[in-house]
Ligand binder design. Structure first.
Ligand code: 4AD
Ligand code: MG
Length: 433
């Protein structure tokens, strides 16, 4: 379609005064006499092209004037620096090739309801705001991977089909696996533990599934989790690791995705406050803090969304709450030798009311204790035989955590719901598109 090498809008600055070819879509067209102003996006940015009838000729000018929102085109022109232009550059069009004239685009530059936008999620992704969010998501994911890669963790991904309930039996998605009953994984942790005994330090990163029957701003049915697991490690080690990870993620986004944060009108100062050390509270201290804030909660109650919101508004940084009553937690949690009714577990809560972004802790490494705990939780020993095996062959204290990507992105972007943090959200009443 063109013999000229194409460039992308993000690189325009390097081509001032030169002739370049761009490929993209029309966000907006404004006509004014013998001039047409086309705002073009190409996925890396936006630029305004000035199309003048004198320059491109009658036929191409007429075509330019027919371009609807989201029509696609290939355009050659000269790059001009212009301080008044959004982004600082403009293009003086010389030739214009229309690839497709789009039908009337359903999403207009006006207010649409969330239901309508979600029904058009496949098109909504083209908006500046959605692109900013998903670019930040990419930065968060990239940082997770480099963080663990640079620290000697081996990536060992866990299966999606599993016979094991990792996080309780109430949120399992059941599925038929030929003649067997299987579940979609709730967490890769159990497999991470096996891998940690093989490799020492590992992480898995993939989609996880929870049949959450409630509609909240924090829950998806399908979400992505990064889960490190370390042999010869204890609760304190993973609290430190989680703190370092979150600090670096926020720092990377501030450094590399500042323009996107600005598009989202995010309060930058709130993110700049995320520096270690993060406050650490025991569950008991957290309950006392809630009670002091007039929240009606008793020792032994779990924290729901409301309690998390209050706790996480009480501090300017993420906080780590550790040592919950073991009765509130999953079967695999190691207990505190000092106070055996407590679990050696931790949750990290993001500030500004966002709540839990990380859950983890130290695992039971003793065979009999784990066997007993499986029984108490009504879990089949048969399905967990392989997991019990790990406690028979060179068992060691070990610990890890899981961080939900969407919760982190919602917080960093300052969104009021997780639904925009994943390209195609799966929610209680949403499987389309
Ligand atoms: O606290 P959770 O349930 O912990 C685990 O799954 C552990 N097995 C992880 C581990 O130790 N390897 O979930 C971990 C995190 C939460 O803190 C939250 O960020 C996210 O996963 N999460 C969800 N995110 C979106 N929608 C949901 N329904 C989520 N459930 C959990
Ligand atoms: Mg949790």
């Amino acid at each position: 379609m063109t013999d000229r090498p194409c460039i992308t809008i993000e690189h325009l600055a390097k081509f001032v005064g030169q002739r370049v070819t761009l490929r993209g879509w029309v966000r907006h067209l404004r006509k004014s006499g013998k001039l047409a102003f086309l705002v073009i996006r190409d996925g890396t940015g936006d630029v305004q092209a000035i199309v003048s009838k004198a320059q491109v000729g009658e036929a191409q000018f007429t075509q330019a004037c027919q371009m609807t929102q989201e029509s696609s085109l290939i355009l050659t022109g000269t790059v001009r620096a212009d301080a008044r232009a959004p982004g600082g550059y403009e293009l003086e069009a010389e030739t214009l090739h229309v690839v497709h004239i789009a039908d009337p685009f359903p999403i207009q530059p006006k207010e649409h309801g969330v239901g309508f936008l979600m029904d058009h999620r496949h098109l909504w992704l083209r908006s500046r705001r959605q692109q900013a969010i998903l670019r930040i998501r990419h930065e968060v994911i990239r940082t997770c991977r480099t963080f663990f890669d640079e620290r000697g963790f081996t990536l060992i991904d866990a299966p999606i089909f599993t016979p094991n309930a990792c996080e309780g039996t109430t949120t399992l998605f059941e599925t038929q696996y030929f003649d067997q009953q299987a579940y979609l994984t709730q967490s890769g942790q159990l497999y991470g533990e096996a891998a940690a005994m093989a490799f020492g330090k590992v992480y898995c990163f993939g989609p996880t599934f929870r049949a959450e029957k409630s509609k909240t701003r924090r829950h998806l049915m399908e979400f992505w989790m990064v889960e490190p697991e370390l042999a010869f490690a204890e609760l304190a080690d993973v609290m430190d690791l989680a703190e370092e990870l979150v600090t670096i993620i926020v720092h990377r986004v501030l450094t590399h995705r500042r323009a996107e944060l600005q598009t989202l009108e995010r309060d930058i100062a709130a993110l700049e406050a995320v520096v270690p050390p993060f406050p650490r509270l025991t569950y008991e201290e957290a309950v006392q803090l809630l009670q002091a804030k007039q929240v009606s909660i008793a020792y032994g109650d779990d924290f729901g969304g409301d309690e998390e919101t209050v706790l996480s508004r009480a501090f300017a940084k993420p906080i780590i709450v550790h040592r919950y009553p073991a009765a509130l937690k999953a079967f695999y949690m190691q207990t505190d030798p000092v106070q055996p009714d407590l679990a050696l577990c931790m949750d990290m809560l993001a500030p500004e009311g966002y709540g839990e972004i990380i859950g983890g802790g130290q695992r039971i490494h003793e065979y009999e204790k784990l066997q007993e705990r499986l029984r108490e939780h009504g879990l089949s020993e048969e399905a967990f035989r392989w997991y019990l095996d790990l406690r028979k062959y060179g068992t060691v204290p070990h610990a890890g955590f899981g961080m939900g990507i969407e919760r982190v992105v919602a917080w960093i972007c300052g969104l009021d719901h997780v639904r925009e943090t994943i390209p195609f959200p799966r929610m209680l009443y949403r499987l389309y598109p």
